[in-house]
Design a protein around this ligand. Structure first.
Ligand SMILES: *Cc1c(COP(=O)(O)O)cnc(C)c1O
Length: 353
């Protein structure tokens, strides 16, 4: 009965389906490969920095994220006013949508892509325009351009694309943005940028005044998913708008400390990223060897396009103690986790054919 108080958009909203906890297979085997998390413990120095920060938990964190912004700006070589932080890059996307869209505005996305996009777009009162991926599970950039209308406010490109894995090249992104020609803000979600061989040089584009925003996160490569920190890199005019819409004190005290300490452990971070990338390439190769068609993933996961067999395949993985993420009748995504988990995933995948 109280639904009369709710915005009508909410009734039509799909609820975000979080990754289920890992099942337990024979011999107690249990691995969660469903949320693209980092399998490693905190980087050196991070736990100590967080513990130290926790002692000050009676105080609010720095609302301006000053130290976090300074450390990140130095690392990326951007100005402080080109950064806006939030509770994960999902949080930043929500703020960006709130800052840009009003009822009836259109936001073009590829599909399948990140589950959170259509929800965030509809919550902002805008309309998601979902453009199917092309062959090889890549963004169909021409079709996305053709979908632009006078109501288009934003285009979100996810590269590497979650959940399928392929990345957009720098040249393709540049050509895309040139053709968009200022008709929409191009948001490049780079949640997995650390794992990509040759990601587009979005920072260069932003510095040149191109209407591009890059979204990044500490949840994946940096292993801070539980702390909820992400940021946007943008023209100062956009960045300040995101900061205006942001929830005050969104990035907690320990999260800010964890970010600063993680940025200082860059060598160890790069070592881990290299290991995950090597393991990913082995996983892709072995999945192909056993007969699966797997798109070229540039992220920390592999995509099995199993179509109508997806649901039963997820259950097969589950029975072996592996939690993977199924997507309707499209396919399933396997996160690159511990080496044993990847080997087991290949064994299970081989039984599916
Ligand atoms: C994981 C992910 C994010 C970031 O999530 P947060 O934890 O909110 O920072 C953003 N986009 C994509 C495509 C992701 O997969």
């Amino acid at each position: 009965m109280l639904s009369r108080f709710l915005r009508p958009e909410l009734a039509a909203l799909p609820a975000y389906v979080p990754g289920r906890p890992a099942p337990v297979g024979p011999g107690g085997v249990s691995y969660k490969l469903s949320s693209n998390e980092n399998p490693y413990p905190p980087l050196p120095g991070v736990l100590a920095a967080v513990e130290h920060a926790c002692a000050g938990m009676n105080r609010y964190p720095d609302m301006g994220n000053t130290a976090v912004i300074a450390a990140t700006a130095a690392r990326l070589g951007v100005d402080h006013d080109q950064l806006a932080f939030g509770t994960g890059s999902s949080g930043v996307l929500y703020h960006l949508l709130q800052a840009t869209c009003t009822a009836g505005d259109e936001v073009i996305i590829a599909w399948r892509s990140f589950e959170a996009y259509p929800i965030a777009i509809k919550l902002a009162g805008a309309v998601p325009i979902m453009v199917p991926l092309g062959p090889g599970a890549v963004h169909d950039l021409d079709a996305m351009l053709a979908a632009i209308t006078p109501r288009t406010k934003m285009i979100i490109l996810c590269t590497p694309n979650n959940p399928t894995g392929p990345a957009i090249s720098h040249d393709d992104l540049v050509a895309f943005v040139e053709t968009v020609d200022g008709r929409a803000l191009v948001v490049v979600d780079e949640a997995y940028v650390e794992f990509a061989d040759a990601p587009p040089r979005t920072i260069e584009l932003i510095k040149n005044g191109t209407p591009v925003v890059s979204l990044r996160t500490f949840s994946k490569a940096y292993g801070l998913a539980g702390f909820r920190v992400g940021y946007g890199i943008a023209d100062p005019e956009i960045a300040v708008a995101v900061r205006k819409t942001a929830i005050p004190f969104g990035v907690s005290l320990p999260a800010q400390a964890a970010v600063i300490a993680s940025l200082e452990a860059e060598k160890e971070l790069l070592d881990r990223v290299r290991l995950i990338v090597e393991r990913r390439d082995v996983l892709l190769a072995r999945l192909r060897e056993v007969g699966h068609q797997v798109p070229d993933s540039q992220a920390n996961f592999a995509w099995l396009p199993l179509g109508a067999r997806t649901g039963t395949a997820v259950e097969t993985f589950s029975a072996a103690g592996l939690m993977v993420r199924g997507y309707g009748d499209d396919g399933l995504r396997i996160t690159v986790g511990e080496p044993e988990a990847c080997e087991l995933a290949v064994e299970v995948a081989a039984t599916l054919l």
